[in-house]
Design a protein around this ligand. Structure first.
Ligand code: SF4
Length: 468
């Protein structure tokens, strides 16, 4: 097959300003979507502090994340004592139903055997009712925050899912999307009359209503009992192409057996049918998602979504003169970059540069499959950082950037608009309520992009147009 993309390698060996985040951050997000769960970062205190700071600034919500606080001594002799102290403290302070344990670069490098630490803790505390423990292996040198997230979702399912009697629910693994997107997905399932098990579900716990008093464990999240039922569901739906497949345990690039996802695990182990589609952004990908729901529910698409779809297409027609021929730079998590590129190709916007810090090898192949042969070449850079983006972007003649807030300084130096999507968004308010998914989420995104282009045109003109 002819390639429609040009692959650009980083000119630098070290990462200068990473276009990805740390893997345990993704794990912390996945654990946030479990009911009455506290995350323990098994490693240095700085890792937990950085993660808390990033999550709080994006969601503007409290994120209690514990740390086993490694010191020089722990790094040499192992973290068993710190682990035991941390678990005891978490239980006495929070009394959680679940403790999610994510390892960091340091604890993985010294080879901490967390499964043994859990076993030892259990046997030393036989007479006490203990919470469930879920361990996920998330060294950041092995994957991005997105891979850490998907790896953790898989660990949650592997630890808890338990085959008993079949039920008629559908598992939904939405990926690292916004709380607003999760609420919207749940509404869609309800309107199709499909019972669902969403893992994780931080639609409430990462976007709480006002509290009179501080709650150590916020409401919301999927319960352990419900997650156990995932093995008995009639199907699973998961969004993505890359998932956790870029991790070293199963790199496609090295042609080793690639890592499996939560849905693939349930399919393999418990014969739960697994449907995979890209993040439903844009008409085509949302159509694929709705086709699956139609099949699973044996129901017609609800009228409300037919209308939303129609309005979205109508806006593509109305906005064509604003969007057509514009050149975009898209960056961030690989699955989000793939979904946005696909969506933008529906609108007449040409993605001229797609960049991610992920290194699964899937970004360029997925984009190549979806780019029309009549289209000119799109430059793709994997395992890239923001300095790579800055160097390539300077010569590419882009009109707009679409990605997280960390690209702001580049958009500002290029004097082009930036539409903020995904994670993190640290320089705007309401990031947890940004919608991306399905027809209505795409509509919001489309309107934001069109308005960013109009605003730019208006502000860079000396005429003072009030009519565009
Ligand atoms: S040391 Fe590793 S786990 Fe800790 S913050 Fe840095 S990248 Fe993340």
């Amino acid at each position: 097959m002819e390639s429609h993309i040009k692959i650009k390698k980083s000119s630098y060996t070290a990462t200068r300003n990473a276009c990805k985040l740390c893997s345990p951050l993704g794990a912390s997000m996945a654990f946030k979507g479990l009911k009455n769960c506290i995350t323990l970062i098994h490693g240095s205190q700085g890792c937990a502090t950085y993660i808390r700071r990033y999550l709080i600034s994006h969601f503007r919500e409290p994120f209690d994340i514990a740390s086993s606080s490694f010191s020089e001594e722990t790094a040499i002799f192992g973290g068993a004592k710190n682990f035991n102290d941390a678990i005891k403290n978490i239980i006495s302070q929070y009394n959680p139903e679940v403790i999610g344990i994510a390892t960091t670069c340091l604890s993985e490098t010294i080879g901490e055997d967390v499964k043994r630490l859990i076993r030892d803790y259990r046997s030393e505390n036989k007479d006490v009712k203990l919470p469930d423990f879920i361990h996920t292996s998330t060294p950041s040198y092995q994957g991005t925050h997105s891979e850490g997230y998907h790896e953790t979702v898989k660990s949650i399912i592997e630890t808890l899912a338990n085959k008993t009697c079949s039920n008629d629910a559908v598992n939904i693994f939405p990926g690292f999307v916004s709380p607003a997107d999760m609420r919207h997905l749940k509404q869609i399932f309800n309107r199709f009359g499909i019972k669902y098990i969403m893992v994780p579900d931080y639609s409430e716990s990462a976007d709480n209503p006002y509290w009179e008093e501080y709650k150590k464990l916020p409401e919301g999240g999927t319960s352990v009992d419900l997650i156990r039922e995932a093995a008995n569901a009639k199907a699973s739906i998961e969004f993505g192409h890359v998932f956790n497949r870029g991790t070293q345990t199963g790199s496609i690039k090295n042609h080793t057996k690639y890592n499996y996802t939560a849905g693939e695990y349930l399919s393999e182990r418990f014969s739960v049918v697994c449907f995979q589609c890209g993040l439903p952004i844009g008409v085509n990908e949302t159509d694929k998602f709705f086709d699956i729901l139609q099949k699973l529910s044996s129901r017609e698409i609800p009228e409300i979504y037919k209308k939303e779809r129609g309005r979205l297409i109508d806006s593509y027609v109305d906005g064509h003169k604003i969007m057509f021929g514009k050149r975009a730079i898209v960056y961030g998590e690989e699955d989000l970059v793939i979904a946005l590129t696909k969506f933008l190709s529906e609108t007449g916007i040409k993605v001229v540069l797609a960049i991610s810090g992920g290194n699964s090898g899937k970004l360029s192949s997925s984009l190549n499959e979806m780019i029309d042969s009549k289209e000119p070449v799109c430059t793709v850079s994997e395992d890239a950082d923001f300095e790579d983006l800055s160097e390539i972007a300077g010569n590419i003649g882009a009109d707009i950037m679409i990605g997280n807030s960390k690209g702001y300084y580049i958009a500002s130096s290029l004097k082009i608009p930036l539409v903020r999507v995904g994670f993190p968004v640290h320089d705007r308010f309401g990031a947890q309520r940004i919608s991306h998914l399905a027809y209505s989420g795409t509509q919001e995104l489309y309107d934001r992009i069109a308005n960013a282009l109009l605003e730019y045109k208006q502000e860079s003109s000396t005429v003072g147009y009030k009519y565009l």
